[in-house]
Design a protein around this ligand. Structure first.
Ligand code: FAD
Ligand code: NAG
Length: 416
């Protein structure tokens, strides 16, 4: 009997990983990607141990680590550079959680994953944007922007924060969801050569100023990724974009002015920045677990639980989703029980339901936590700034044990 076709919507982070995990379990995934060709996305992301364990299952963890410079430390300071706290806990992540934390450019990660999918002999159809879904008793038909339709056994929506799969599933239930919600914060991100003073320690560094927060971490042996978070109203949306080469000098000067009196290494980073991009930070209100799936469709990653980036968990939680969903689906490569396994796909929402019920509470807490942390980081005014700095310093005072506790619940997942 032919392997059941799985329609995987989106070739971002979750799509390729699920496609590979499912191929290995005897399914025939096809990945559909709206974008015709991957562009150079501006931002970077921090892959943590929980995500890297899943990337390791599909054989890309070593490539991620080789391109990056795995984290050795956490380091927090006032805007001036006066240290609030420091910990070398991340240097023990591999020992504790099998994998370290490592920053990577988003474009590199996307390319690496897409190439891995192709290498595994999985079909990727680029320029195919999902526009409609029709569910039947034993199958599902997806229609795409090019007018083509494809039928499979089930569909997995991995199509990100602006997920069409999510919109369609909600509409079936009579829910009209608007655009993602602007969190009131923007980020200005860029890459630079790692400034001299930061070269001796591969750290995730935070600087806290009045209404402004800066984060930096290595995404390569000599490269640092930066993001500056500020409060801003949505009226200035037209300024949210990559800046052109002609605008670079003006942008760098504006940033230097904004960062007057800040740690000199940040200013060095700005001055040697290659490309500056600014964007708004968005998330969405949580869905109920039963809204994550339908008769033959299920959502994972940002499609199910888009988050602002302050906890660095969006992609990592997407990886946990991939792991749990692939574990829950029957293994069709095993000849034993093949008939009953295939039969189980008949009532596949019985597999989606416990997946959604276990994943929704965890991700919902993290989405709210990320939003709250973002708010705290950009505290405005001397008094609230002082409170924030004191809280940051306090979080280090419990010593290693307190910091281990903060990470344990995240990094010991999805298996250890
Ligand atoms: C500034 C910023 C910093 C971040 N930093 C971190 C971090 O440090 N750590 C972390 O873990 N996470 C981070 N994240 C979050 C992380 O990027 C996302 O959580 C993660 O990419 C989600 O993966 P995904 O596969 O669900 O969606 P995506 O990676 O967004 O992929 C979705 C894919 O679906 C495609 N698509 C969209 N619509 C359709 C359609 N209709 N049909 C077909 N294809 C479609 C898209 O083109 C895209 O390729 C950050 C996010 C931002 C914005
Ligand atoms: C599926 O079953 C096959 C055959 O028994 C086995 O080799 C393989 O490791 C299993 N795959 C997974 C992901 O469990």
């Amino acid at each position: 009997m032919a392997s059941p076709i799985v329609l995987v919507i989106g070739c971002g982070v979750a799509g390729p990983v699920l496609a590979i995990l499912l191929k290995r379990k005897g399914y025939r995934p096809i990945v559909f990607e709206k974008v015709r060709e991957l562009g150079t996305a501006g931002a970077s992301l921090m892959v943590m141990s929980n995500g890297l364990k899943v990337f390791n299952m599909i054989g890309v963890a070593d490539a991620i680590k080789a391109e990056s410079l795995p984290l050795k430390a956490l380091w927090d300071a006032k805007a001036s550079g006066e240290v609030l706290g420091q910990s070398d806990l991340p240097s023990t992540f591999t020992e504790r959680y099998q994998q370290p934390a490592a920053g990577i450019r988003r474009t590199s990660l996307n390319l690496l994953l897409k190439n891995k999918v192709l290498e595994e002999g999985i079909e990727v159809r680029e320029g195919w944007g999902l526009v409609a879904i029709q569910e039947h008793d034993d199958s599902v038909t997806a229609t795409f922007s090019n007018g083509e339709s494809v039928t499979g056994s089930f569909l997995i929506g991995c199509d990100g924060i602006k997920s069409a799969a999510r919109t369609i599933l909600l509409k079936q239930r009579g829910v009209e969801e608007g655009a993602p919600s602007f969190t009131g914060l923007t980020q200005t991100a860029f890459l630079s050569e790692t400034p001299g003073p930061l070269q001796d320690l591969a750290a995730m560094r935070n600087w806290y100023g009045d209404g402004t927060h800066v984060i930096a971490y290595p995404v390569g042996p000599k490269t640092t990724s930066w993001a500056l978070t500020q409060r801003e109203t949505q009226e200035r949306e037209e300024t949210w974009r990559p800046f052109t080469a002609d605008e670079m000098k003006t942008q760098q000067d504006a940033l230097c002015k904004l960062l007057e009196g800040w740690d000199e290494s940040i200013v060095q980073g700005v001055k040697s920045s290659e490309r500056i991009i600014k964007f708004g930070l968005f998330d969405r209100d949580e869905l109920k677990p039963e809204q994550w799936y339908s008769k033959r469709c299920v959502l994972v990653g940002d499609a199910a639980h888009p988050t602002s980036p302050h906890l660095g968990q969006g992609a990592n939680q997407a990886m946990e989703d991939c792991y749990h969903l692939s574990c829950a689906l029957p293994n069709l490569s095993s000849r034993q029980d093949f008939e009953s396994n295939i039969a189980a796909l008949g009532a596949i929402s019985d597999i989606f339901r416990p997946f959604a019920e276990s994943r929704q509470p965890r991700t919902s807490v993290l989405v709210k936590g990320a939003r709250a942390l973002g708010e705290k980081r950009v505290a405005v005014g001397a008094e609230r700034g002082k409170e924030r700095d004191e809280a940051v310093a306090q979080s280090y005072r419990g010593g290693a044990a307190a910091i281990v506790e903060k990470f344990e619940g995240l990094l010991s997942q999805p298996f250890n």
